[in-house]
Design a protein around this ligand. Structure first.
Ligand code: ASP
Length: 352
């Protein structure tokens, strides 16, 4: 039975007087600024980063502002004592609403020219989890996933059944036009043309895929993860990637870590990537940075490109990836959003 009483609401968060201090641990090169703070939030906007030649200053500023807006939205909840699961949900809502990212508005198209969305939310406190897959229409698929977590006996709902569930629980649905962006439509046309004419697949990562996600540790030490995606450009109708598959693209487990992944979904599923990181920590005693780096390297050997964000029980964040870039950001108790796209350090970005 569901263990939560109400669908996600941002109001009503109360400030906790029991803010925990993270145990001391030497900083590593993987630690983002703000680690070891009472709470921590990390986000990604997908491993489908535009190649540097296509990213002009204006576009780069727009991506960084989008990341900052999501970080700030999650931060507002965490600093008020809100839960990790609320913070990751809210951060992902903001990214889904931004047409630059491949999730919600701005998602890529299937080979049939439709937008089919996958999303997942997991609470590390009780390992309650909810996901939707191959759904057509929810404005914010992460809210549909959150409703499954809270209101359904199921963990994963797909297709038409998921839509009926959304209708029954007041999840906002949109007309296909809402999800249309010229950039994604043209990427689909180029890919369909390539397939018809048998050309080499030399697409930019940005034309192939992308995803959005968030992981957080709240002041009570609870972890959570949320991920949302349109999947892969020109995917077969009905194809589902790693995002809504718990243990593959999304995982949260208090005591080890919360993980949100992005990249070649099929490989993340076959390697059970997100759960593999938690298992290496829990059973093998590996620190998060090593477990995450090893799994990302193994993904690459298996033909999977992409990366992930993860936070451990102490609030330390890692963001390894094995491709050219990954839109990503982090915020801690200092309230300063930091973001990066390629293989550079996170730098301060103006909040929204
Ligand atoms: N992992 C997503 C999927 O396979 C795509 C991505 O993150 O680029 O659906």
């Amino acid at each position: 039975m569901p263990t939560h009483s109400s669908v996600y609401a941002v109001s009503g968060a109360s400030v906790s007087s029991r803010a925990e201090r993270s145990p001391g641990r030497p900083a590593t090169e993987h630690d983002a600024p703000g680690a070891h703070s009472p709470f921590s939030l990390a986000i990604h906007g997908g491993a489908g980063a535009l190649s540097p030649s296509r990213l002009n200053g204006q576009l780069e500023a727009a991506y960084r502002a989008g990341l900052a807006a999501a970080l700030t939205a999650g931060y507002r909840l965490l600093v008020a004592g809100g839960s990790a699961v609320d913070a990751v949900t809210q951060a992902v809502v903001v990214l889904e609403d931004n047409p630059l990212f491949n999730a919600g508005r701005g998602a890529v198209f299937t080979s049939a020219g439709e937008v089919q969305l996958d999303a997942a939310v997991m609470n590390g406190l009780d390992r309650c989890a909810g996901a939707v897959a191959a759904v057509v229409g929810p404005r914010n698929p992460v809210l549909a996933a959150r409703a499954v977590l809270e209101l359904s006996d199921a963990v994963l709902l797909v297709g038409e059944g998921a839509l009926s569930f959304c209708r029954a629980h007041g999840i906002a649905l949109e007309d296909p036009r809402y999800f249309y962006t010229e950039q994604r439509w043209e990427a689909l046309q180029r890919e369909l043309h390539r397939r018809r004419h048998g050309g080499r697949d030399d697409r930019d990562d940005a034309d192939r895929h992308g995803t959005v996600g968030a992981v957080a540790r709240d002041v009570r030490g609870n972890l959570a993860a949320a991920t949302s995606t349109g999947g892969i450009t020109a995917k077969a109708p009905g194809r589902v990637g790693d995002t809504p598959v718990f243990g593959a693209g999304t995982w949260a487990e208090n005591g080890t870590c919360a993980v949100s992944a992005t990249g070649t979904g099929e490989v993340f599923i076959r390697l059970g990537a997100a759960h593999e990181i938690a298992a290496r920590m829990r059973i093998g005693g590996q620190p998060l940075a090593q477990a995450a780096a090893d799994v990302v390297a193994e993904l690459q050997v298996a033909g999977g490109d992409g990366g992930l964000i993860a936070v451990d029980a102490a609030g330390a964040v890692v963001m390894p990836f094995n491709c050219q870039g990954m839109y990503r950001g982090q915020i801690g108790a200092d309230g300063v959003p930091r973001a990066a796209i390629y293989r550079e350090q996170l730098t301060v970005v103006n909040g929204a």
